[in-house]
Design a protein around this ligand. Structure first.
Ligand SMILES: [Zn+2]
Ligand SMILES: [Zn+2]
Length: 141
């Protein structure tokens, strides 16, 4: 059994893929529910208001939003900024336009460099092998 210290409370627990123990995981879900319910009842609330009313840490609420665990459908709830262009967004890290653009850039950047690297690796690799064999031959002559 893999025993670890919970990254939140420090208690030793049986590791099953989570960095936090089951007790902390449960309280995390409870907090998440509280935040979600509060936002459901108060669609225009700010993070500070939500934090004060639910007692849940502001950082935690932000994390929920970043992880897209909270989906806010009302247009008033633009609590986050796109990390790329600064446009207000409802959840996640980037606005829809940046996600599309980044995906394009990523695909364009990755495709050619990958084939270049493959060529680089193949060429000197062959030469190295030849040299190695030549060295051995010299030694045994
Ligand atoms: Zn814990
Ligand atoms: Zn953006």
């Amino acid at each position: 059994m893999d025993l670890r210290n919970c990254s939140k409370c420090g208690r030793v627990f049986a590791y099953v893929g989570n960095e936090i123990c089951s007790r902390c995981a449960t309280s995390d879900i409870d907090d998440f529910k509280k935040v979600k319910e509060y936002l459901y009842d108060n669609p225009g609330a700010t993070i500070v208001e939500v934090s004060e009313e639910t007692g849940v840490d502001e950082k935690k609420i932000l994390r929920y939003l970043r992880e897209s665990r909270i989906e806010i459908r009302e247009a008033d709830n633009l609590l986050l900024d796109c990390e790329r262009c600064g446009k207000p967004i409802q959840s996640g890290r980037f606005c829809d336009r940046c996600v599309t653009e980044m995906h394009k850039e990523f695909t364009a950047a990755v495709a050619p460099s990958k084939s270049k690297e493959e060529l680089k690796v193949k060429d000197p690799g062959k030469r190295d092998t030849k040299m190695y064999i030549a060295d051995i031959r010299k030694k045994y002559k």
